[in-house]
Design a protein around this ligand. Structure first.
Ligand code: SF4
Length: 245
């Protein structure tokens, strides 16, 4: 049964007993009318360079291993990236930067991520987004963020036995972490909330460590605000926090 309301999201997320079931349920979600209309419009109109390709045009589930020790939390799929290929950070410039860095860190078997069947596999890592549908201008509304949150919270709960550190890409993902901390781990979020910054770290007993990283958007990587070395440094820290280095 497709998920059509916020209450459906809560029920369907809670009923997902493993990541495979969760991924399938996420992919069949229609709970945010504005985002459903946008993802489908983008998939129908397409960008000229991808006009001969079918677009996924659905929510994009998490990607990676089910016993991940490192989580990477992004904002939302890109209209012509994940929304086209059906895999998070796949088929766009942001993914080019992220997966090249994951490969350098030994967390991915190849440095590129171009299509869902390209052979990419992650090691020790799972990537997921705070909002699972591509939003106009990459800006989900607060109500869409809140409607989608149960998917993220369930994913974190299913990963809880192994997850040791979460790298948040950008301030939106950083902010999405605090409700997750309370809902998933039963730990009150710090007051005041720690400020997002590249390299910021929050360690709370009983909760995966949180590491802040500038988003791998073209706006950041083309301008040099986020360099490959900066990304390498965050991933090296994540590996240490996860006991992998
Ligand atoms: S953003 Fe999340 S809750 Fe909203 S339709 Fe997409 S998957 Fe469903």
């Amino acid at each position: 049964m497709p998920t059509r309301t916020p209450a459906d999201v809560v029920r369907s997320a809670a009923a997902s007993t493993d990541l495979r079931a969760l991924d399938a349920a996420v992919s069949d979600c229609f709970a945010c009318p504005r985002l459903v209309a946008w993802r489908e419009k983008v998939a129908a109109v397409r960008r000229a360079s991808f006009r001969d390709q079918p677009y996924w045009g659905r929510p994009v589930p998490g990607f990676g291993v089910p016993d991940a020790t490192i989580g990477i939390l992004g904002l939302a799929p890109a209209a012509h990236g994940g929304n086209r290929t059906g895999r998070i950070f796949t088929g766009d410039r942001s993914g080019d930067v992220l997966f090249a860095a994951l490969h350098r860190a030994g967390l991915a078997n190849q440095p590129t991520s171009v299509a869902a069947d390209d052979g990419l596999a992650l090691r020790h890592t799972r990537i997921f987004a705070a909002v699972r549908c591509a939003p106009p201008d990459n800006k989900p509304l607060p109500v869409e963020r809140d409607t989608c949150a149960p998917w993220l919270h369930r994913e974190l709960a299913l990963l809880a036995p192994t997850l040791r550190v979460v790298v948040t890409l950008g301030a939106f993902a950083w902010a999405a972490w605090w409700p997750a901390m309370t809902t998933v781990y039963g730990v009150p979020a710090p007051v005041p909330r720690p400020r997002f910054g590249h390299g910021a770290q929050v360690s709370v007993p009983g909760v995966p460590d949180l590491l802040g990283c500038f988003h791998v958007s073209q706006q950041n990587t083309f301008t040099g605000r986020l360099t490959p070395a900066m990304l390498d440094d965050v991933l090296a820290r994540a590996k240490r926090r996860a006991g992998l280095a």
